[in-house]
Design a protein around this ligand. Sequence first.
Ligand code: NDP
Length: 434
Amino acid sequence: IARNPYECEFHQAVKEIFDSLVPVFVKYPQYMDHSILERIVEPERVITFRVPWVDDRGKVQVNRGFRVQFNSAIGPYKGGLRFHPSVNSSIVKFLGFEQIFKNSLTCQPIGGGKGGADFDPKGKSDGEIMRFTQSFMTELYRHIGPDIDVPAGDIGVGAREIGYMFGQYKRIRGSYEAGVLTGKGLGYGGSLTRKEATGYGTVYFVEEMLKDKGLSFKGSNVIVSGSGNVSIYAMEKAMQLGAKVVACSDSNGYVYDQNGINLDTVKRLKEVERKRIREYVKEHPQALYVEGCSGIWSLPCDIALPCATQNEIDESSAEILVANGVKAVGEGANMPSTLEAIDVFLNSDVLFAPGKAANAGGVAVSSLEMSQNSMRLSWTFEEVDAKLHQIMENIYRNTINAAEEYGHPGNLVVGANIAGFIRVADAMIAHGVI
Ligand code: NDP
């Protein structure tokens, strides 16, 4: 805390993981001898940079860019870029730290990193987005590469932004390095199923967790927060599995549709027209729009999938969900539940799937995109989807087995943290003190 003052999200992520690791250190004191915790909590490198750009009125704007290259023990740094006004060093460090363990859980050869900028894409023209992303990449390019660090999207960064960044990287480097970014368009090295991967993967993971208890998505009422990339494809897969999704949101408010959310409308509003979720009720007058996004957790549901942002479920929202009879909570977003909210879930009968395991499908398919780029070929949607499904099943099995082995049966928070940690710690020991 003294070394990283004011970085409360980073402290929160570290506390959750370190608390889980106690039984590992009891069983394997050699991790202590190698000072693994002291090393793993310190990023290998943090890069901060100025991002100047010119807005549509000809005025110069300045934002701050970040890239945290946290850990490269098992592969090149890998993790998304977030463009949101709330981005600061605490946010990128918590995300980068979580990413180390998540990437390890996928069993793919990828290290942990994260980045972004305190830039607000909302209300910006296409030209402004392009000028900003080009300026961002003009600095970032010197720190990344297909075998060094491979960024992808996150909040505020989708296929359009990745396209502009890829173009600028290619222009500066003078070479076509397809594997330098993932989440690319399908016409120039992107992978089928990448767009769907985080949302689908979250639902695949939760489905495994439900199956173990004789439950399923079929016939369940589901609430999904957010209406961005992760939310939309979590809703799609949940619906395909026979669930009724009754509510979704954005940062202004939520819609409740007792008939079940019409996903075509949400996709058009959000992916094509880039409008607010409140517009939904204009086309579906039976639905209700409520200002304020946190109220979504007061709606009764069987399964809750928080897919918007960090700390969106606090202790009181968790208590309401439990009181309303929620059976399972699956985190599509990164760290959407506060530590107190997690305690509420773990001390109840609720099945709880932590984000670093449940939302690992996105980065897993990003790794498959890197493989396809290296091999210069493209797999079909069905091939990638089948691999994603298998990876999510494996993550669930490894997580539940680690929880059992280390004395916390059924606790997937502990299981995910331990299973993710051991692979990275062993590689760090093998590499010597670096
Ligand atoms: P998008 O930008 O596509 O969507 C984000 C959604 O969350 C939007 O509906 C947005 O609403 C809402 N949101 C963002 N910030 C807030 C906030 N402070 N309060 C309330 N709502 C908010 O991002 P993604 O779907 O890509 O990411 C969502 C979450 O999933 C993040 O936690 C991200 O780190 C995580 N994640 C994403 C992966 C991916 O592959 N994309 C992979 C793994 C995890 P609004 O439009 O109003 O801002």
